[in-house]
Design a protein around this ligand. Structure first.
Ligand code: G3P
Length: 223
């Protein structure tokens, strides 16, 4: 399963990229707003740092505006995936971009039917928002299961990848991986939490305490 970071924060992107953890980035207008400043600078920098797919989202709601914006967004780099909303105009733009070989991420997916239509329109990625479904008392992960089942059906040849979005905690990640989601996009805080386990910390503290004891009897010892 690929891991994308769901942020426009350059510090976090650099931090996790230096650990070799990032296969790509997803952004949206809210994440851009959160960082402040001119989103152009962030988009330029992100597409320089990350070699994998970088989803940049259009803000037009009608077809021709989406097409114009998508083409402008693609100028930031060959790795830019144009992110469009799951609307009739978004699907039309998805069809046009994908016919031109431009990859598309269809976002704000909340049902298997929406995922099916986005795949049909040629999306490279569909982004089901699982946390927001959980928030309203629906089972977000069940949607991932349903989409996986449909996309893998032996009678179809769907190449569209399931990009699990609106991830809120590490259990979401394990569950998405067990289902066989293609990608999860994670807020930096979730990726931070995935690295931690209390026994790792206790174990390391004990190793270092024992090493200090060993050294106290033999000050010249070193690794
Ligand atoms: O990738 C979509 C994501 O940014 C939405 O997450 O937490 O606002 O539901 P959230």
């Amino acid at each position: 399963m690929k891991i994308f970071l769901d942020t426009a924060n350059l510090e976090s992107i650099r931090k996790f990229n230096d650990m070799g953890l990032l296969d790509g980035i997803t952004t949206n207008p809210s994440l851009m707003f959160k960082e402040g400043g001119n989103p152009k600078d962030a988009m330029e920098e992100i597409t320089k740092i990350i070699k994998g797919d970088v989803s940049l989202e259009v803000v037009s709601t009608e077809y021709s505006g989406m097409m114009e914006e998508g083409k402008r967004l693609r100028q930031y780099g060959e790795n830019v995936v144009v992110k469009v909303p799951m609307t009739p105009d978004g699907l039309k733009a998805c069809k046009s971009f994908s016919s031109e070989g431009i990859p598309v991420n269809v976002t704000l997916i909340f049902s298997a039917n929406q995922a099916l239509l986005a795949a049909k329109a040629g999306a490279k990625y569909v982004s089901p928002f699982i946390g927001r479904l959980d928030d309203i008392g629906q089972d977000g992960m069940k949607l991932i299961e349903d989409i996986r089942k449909i996309f893998d059906h032996k009678h179809y040849e769907i190449k569209t990848q399931i990009l699990v979005a609106s991830v809120r905690h590490p259990v979401h990640v394990v569950d998405a991986a067990k289902i066989g989601a293609d990608v999860v996009t994670l807020p930096p805080a979730v990726l931070d939490k995935m690295m931690l386990h209390p026994l790792t910390k206790i174990g390391l503290d004990n190793f270092l305490a024992d090493w200090d004891k060993l050294k106290s009897g033999n000050p010249d010892i070193q690794i």
